[in-house]
Design a binder for this molecule. Sequence first.
Ligand SMILES: [Ca+2]
Length: 126
Amino acid sequence: MNAHLARVLLGISLASFSAPIARAASNPPLSACFTVTPENGTVVTLFLVDAACSADDQTPADQLKYRWDWESDGTWDTEPSSKKTASHRYTSEGPKTIRLEVQDSQGLKGTVTHEVVVMPSRKSSS
Ligand SMILES: [Ca+2]
């Protein structure tokens, strides 16, 4: 009984000792970030996105991969690429949510979204 209890306690103390080591060895989540210019436009507006503000403390920025979902509909609209910038023109009006996914060299991912508004384009005579 006592020997069993000692083993259990030893197991607990080993677990608590190894936890900080495991945390230090893990890859902290990367920070996904992008800017969109302009934030409002029409169906003729070319929206420019720039993920240069994304960062990871282990993977250099030029080795991160970026991909974009222009309507945040769950279907990625670009292939993962180390190119930080992209552009998109919408064919319909309304609020749009742009989703960026950043992937580091170990395959860990971070995502962030931004809203843009595609407004009705003005007719020149009205
Ligand atoms: Ca999409």
